[in-house]
Design a protein around this ligand. Structure first.
Ligand code: IPM
Ligand code: MG
Length: 366
């Protein structure tokens, strides 16, 4: 079998530091029978500085060709004033849209060693293991028109468009039901059908998809605001949550914080399986951002990015056992009390830098 290719996009802020630790992990797997051909490209503000675009066409071509793309983070105050179309986030959105990565999986798992670190009481988050399935290529992120118009009377009008076709709702809910089948077999769908037409259709299509194809999975519906409230009241009631692009963006940040730190949470964005090869295009990235305030100081937590690579092993390379091994290494290092700056708090622990955390995880791999 040909060596699989990985395209690495470190991006901005803490991105390059955390990606350097992922490179160590990739190196370990390479030395232990699972080699990758690794390429690297620019995305975000650094790409704008180099080419005047948030991602170049050449980098997009490599992303289309790669077996998986690994991205760390984009953006920062340095690019606050660049034109909207080439702002750093546009690079990330182009990757999602052009690769048609409609299914964003955001697991929120509470590591035992960090349960006291959550903003909620230990008993509410201990053992927490939920999966947010966020629609990623539709909704208000991409809907047209998307404009700011000068009304000529001293007023301006901004328009964003929330739009969903039924096929988009059907395919994302099918991913959620499939994921639930190998978990606790429960899906909760969240929308705002009480104020939004797209919510009415969302609710209807998720229910139809369930009834026609996934009757073995338990389905419930919640209004997205109530869902946010329930996530902080009793998060363990959920197994899989399926929701649209914008609600998923917000609810996944809430869910992430329940686990103690945004620095812990990985994500996978997947396309439809290729009809011939069965392969899905895929982008793996931490949920956290570029944290420019702590960039370059060795304070960043590389775990979310490392766990994103574990998701790549599981979903793109059919290497579930290697993914388990990497996740276990992370768990061990946390249980040993190693803590990057974001994890210093209740219970103390041994303060380590970004690079020391990466080294410890590699050492724990064996
Ligand atoms: C995320 C981020 C992005 C989003 C930003 C950086 C455009 O917040 O992946 O959750 O809003 O989708
Ligand atoms: Mg977000």
């Amino acid at each position: 079998m040909a060596t699989p290719t990985l395209l690495i996009l470190p991006g901005d802020g803490i991105g390059p530091e955390v990606m350097a630790e992922v490179r160590k992990v990739i190196g370990w797997f390479g030395a232990n029978g699972r080699p990758f051909t690794v390429e690297e490209e620019l995305v975000g503000g650094c790409a704008y500085d180099a080419h005047g675009a948030a991602i170049s066409d050449a980098a997009m071509e490599k992303a289309q060709a790669a077996d998986a793309v690994l991205l760390a983070a984009v953006g920062g105050p340095k690019w606050d004033k660049v034109p909207y179309d080439v702002r750093p986030e546009a690079g990330l959105l182009r990757l999602r849209k052009d690769l048609e990565l409609f299914a964003n999986l955001r697991p929120a798992k509470c590591f035992d060693a960090l349960a006291d670190f959550s903003s909620l009481k230990r008993e509410l988050v201990e053992g927490l293991d939920i999966l947010i399935v966020r629609e990623l290529t539709g909704g208000v992120y991409f809907g047209e028109p998307k404009t700011i118009t000068d009304l000529g009377n001293g007023q301006k009008r901004a328009i964003d468009t929330q739009v969903y076709d039924s096929f988009e709702i059907e395919r994302i809910s099918a991913v959620a039901f499939e994921m639930a089948r190998v978990r606790d077999k429960r899906v909760c769908s969240m929308e705002k059908r009480n104020v939004m037409k797209s919510g009415v259709l969302w609710n209807e299509v998720v229910q139809q998809t369930h009834d026609a194809r996934f009757p073995d999975v338990e389905l419930s519906h919640m209004l997205a605001d109530a869902g946010g409230m329930q996530l902080v009241r009793a998060p363990k009631q959920f197994d899989v949550i399926v929701t649209d692009n914008l609600f998923g963006d917000m609810l996944s940040d809430v869910a992430a914080m329940l686990t103690g730190s945004l620095g812990m949470l990985p994500s996978a964005s997947l396309g439809a399986p290729d009809p011939k090869t069965g392969r899905r295009k895929a982008l793996y990235e931490p949920v956290h951002g570029s944290a420019p305030d702590i960039a370059g100081q060795g304070k960043a937590n590389p775990i979310a990015c490392i766990l994103s690579f574990a998701m790549a092993l599981r979903y793109s390379f059919d290497a579930g056992a290697d993914a388990d091994r990497l996740e276990a290494a992370v768990e061990r290092v946390l249980a040993d009390g190693l803590r990057t700056a974001d994890l210093i708090g209740p219970g103390g622990g041994k303060a380590v830098t970004t690079s020391e955390m990466g080294d410890a995880i590699v050492a724990a791999l064996g």
